[in-house]
Design a protein around this ligand. Sequence first.
Ligand code: F6R
Length: 256
Amino acid sequence: MSDSNTRPTIPIQIFENFTDASQFVAQKIVRLIQQKDAAGEKTVLGLATGNTPRTLYRELIKKYQQGEVSFKNVVTFNLDEYYPMQTDNPGSYHYFMKHELFDHIDIKCENCHVPKGDLPWEKIGPYCDWYEEKIKSYGGIDLQILGIGQNGHIGFNEPGSTKESITRLVNLEEQTRLVNSSEFEHIDQVPYQAITMGVQTILDAHEVILLANGEKKAKILAEVMANRMESSVPASFLHHHPRCIFMLDPTAASLL
Ligand code: F6R
């Protein structure tokens, strides 16, 4: 078949374990920063939250502490934040990033961008446009790190998100709220909405690495690889990206 919806294949790299995968990505990020530094340029990273990137962030912190890398010329844009959400709420992605990465490296506060979950409702639209423009003002994201939801979401682009979607306010699926409720005292505290970069925002990144581990991700990864590109499995739109790779542990890759 050769219609435009037919999927090209995303390359997959399977590591012996997830620590190896995370270390590999950390090393790649350090090399990118060093190359950009040498060229006198800033490095623009797209970052994710959740369980998936925790080991990666620990590895980056280690490399910073060992003097291998400085984050002084690094600019970051996070994928998403709950709405409504205060930055000091322990369930917020602001809190996550601060504690899992930013507080432990020499990145400048003003260079760290996490979508704001504490804006009045009427300011969200202009703010989302500003987020898009801000990314563009740095020449786009050099490397976007992604995890994947069990329902195929990337960022909080839930099933139904279009390929053309950009940063916006979205409704969360009940399954997403349930899965993410472990970060809150009670599921009632998990917001029903979020601000997320869009699928197009992600596809515009120069390079994308999707990390996934564990058997809970095996089924959806098999769907992404088997499916054509469609809204019901948002991660399948990554087949459109010319420089996207999936880096997996053996259990996540077990159904491929
Ligand atoms: C987080 C994000 C989400 C997660 C996904 C997987 O910023 O954008 O798409 O990557 O929900 O979450 P974990 O890693 O907790 O399995």
